[in-house]
Design a protein around this ligand. Structure first.
Ligand SMILES: [Zn+2]
Length: 209
């Protein structure tokens, strides 16, 4: 079995902090501000030079959004980072899975491209946060479409992003993320089936009256 090579450290905190990719808020940046920040630091330390440069060059085209876990509500200004573009009609529309939608042809509106990291990540395992941060950065590095046209295109982008995450040296974290997703999916299906059975017992099909 192929062993997964762990990513090596390639740059210092100073290089990251003084570069364009650190999500600075306020004057004193702290790589231990939250576990999400710690994971961002961990990933940015290890991305290979060529892809780090691609991401650094793209820094004006997207924004981090890392809400504090105690912030229950806020009004927040997002700069517009992407102009509208002419989107061609999708030639064929494959089956949808509910998470994505196919845009109509025409101009899209100017957008703020946001890399959102949920406060819920503070509660999951370290490998999962690292996998999430690396995966979203991989999408940006690969300049993926924000709204892929259909499930086939969505799945292709997902596979490509995870492949890059593994190439960066986060294969172990990606595998743990996949195992967790599968576990959650199975648990959801079991719950749905049990609920269905319970409802069927509580409300048997109506008689012939
Ligand atoms: Zn993705």
């Amino acid at each position: 079995m192929k062993t997964l090579q762990a990513a090596k450290i390639r740059r210092s905190w100073n290089t990251i902090y003084e570069g364009p990719l650190w999500p600075s808020q306020g004057l004193c940046a702290d790589p231990e501000e939250s576990r999400r920040h710690m994971a961002i630091y961990h990933v940015l330390q290890r991305i290979p030079p060529k892809d780090y440069k691609t991401l650094a060059d793209s820094a004006d085209r997207w924004e981090w959004y890392i809400p504090h876990w105690e912030a229950l509500a806020m009004v927040y200004p997002f700069p517009v980072t992407a102009q509208g573009e002419l989107r061609p009609a999708e030639p064929s529309v494959p089956a949808q899975d509910g998470r994505i939608h196919v845009p109509r042809a025409g101009f899209t509106r100017p957008s703020a491209v946001i890399l959102y990291l949920s406060p819920r990540l503070e509660l999951v395992g370290w490998n999962i946060i690292v996998a999430c941060v690396a995966h979203e950065l991989a999408h940006l590095c690969l300049k993926h479409r924000l709204i892929p046209g259909g499930k086939t295109a969505y799945d292709a982008q997902e596979a490509e992003a995870w492949a890059l995450v593994a190439k960066w040296g986060f294969g172990k974290e990606a595998a743990m993320h996949a195992a967790r997703a599968k576990q959650i999916d199975t648990a959801r299906k079991v719950f749905a089936r049990r609920l269905h059975e319970k409802l069927a017992t509580a409300n048997p099909p109506a008689g012939d009256d």
